[in-house]
Design a protein around this ligand. Structure first.
Ligand code: PXL
Length: 247
């Protein structure tokens, strides 16, 4: 099984394409990685971004599909409206099932996208995606409403234009899941830590990997939440070593 991450590079390895590949590997699928932007950062400080030209992102995607068959992809930092539109086009061209992590701001505070990205995601990418995985602040932007309570999260989940999980790291550990209009919640214990950099990347990568291994959406999400919980508990920079991963 081969999957793809289309995302940015965090040279410190906690987020972006590098960590996605580690998660794919840990869950037992082969990961490919298309780079949308380089960043200079570490888990605590964001320095700068160098976006890759869209034509070259297109060439990277096409070069992988020239020899690999891939059904499931995930997207992370897409940076600009042009890159988002390119990815939407490629989803159609290669008939892809995409899990979209609607990345906007780094945990350390750096801007990972241009302004107005929620509108562009809503219009071009989310309608073509099988799932999006916003945290509370990203869900607020996608649904254009504040989220302070679990009722708000349910309302936002209903407003987001595709299947979604609104992660509950900032809502008492309550994850709100909407699959085909059916809402459910999974509550997780919150772990005291100062290292959550890249957990969103790892969640969407894990879901993609479990989907590629023939799990349905609900099962893939639930296994991935367990995966992320264990990896945070192990303090392992968001990624579990392979021996610890449940089948
Ligand atoms: O966690 C969001 C994210 C995604 N992609 C890249 C990042 C980050 C956060 O820092 O650096 C490349």
């Amino acid at each position: 099984m081969i999957v793809m991450s289309i995302a940015g590079v965090d040279p410190s390895g906690g987020a972006g394409v590098l960590t996605d590949i580690k998660t794919f590997q840990a869950i037992g699928v082969y990961g490919t990685g298309v780079v949308t932007a380089l960043t200079a950062q570490n888990p605590y400080k964001f320095f700068s971004t160098l976006p890759i030209d869209e034509n070259y992102i297109c060439e990277q995607i096409d070069s992988v599909f020239d020899s690999y068959e891939i059904e499931f992809i995930k997207t992370g930092m897409l940076y600009s409206p042009e890159i988002i539109k390119l990815v939407a086009k490629k989803i159609d061209e290669y008939n892809l099932k995409a899990v979209v992590d609607p990345v906007m701001v780094a945990t350390s505070g750096g801007d990972l996208t241009k302004k107005d990205i929620a509108r562009v995601l809503n219009k071009y990418l989310l309608p073509k995606s099988i799932l999006t995985t916003p945290n509370i602040s990203e869900a607020e932007k996608l649904a254009n409403m504040p989220i302070n309570t679990k009722e708000d999260a349910i309302k936002a989940s209903e407003k987001i234009v595709c299947n979604n999980i609104i992660t509950g790291g900032h809502l008492d550990g309550i994850n709100t899941i909407n699959i085909n209009g059916e809402i459910s919640t999974i509550k997780q214990e919150l772990i005291e830590t100062d290292n959550l950099h890249g957990t969103g990347c790892n969640l969407s990568a894990a879901i993609t990997a479990y989907l590629a291994k023939n799990n349905d959406l609900h099962t893939a999400i639930s296994k991935s939440l367990d995966y992320i919980y264990e990896s945070i508990k192990n303090g392992n920079y968001g990624t579990l070593i392979q021996q610890n991963v449940k089948e």
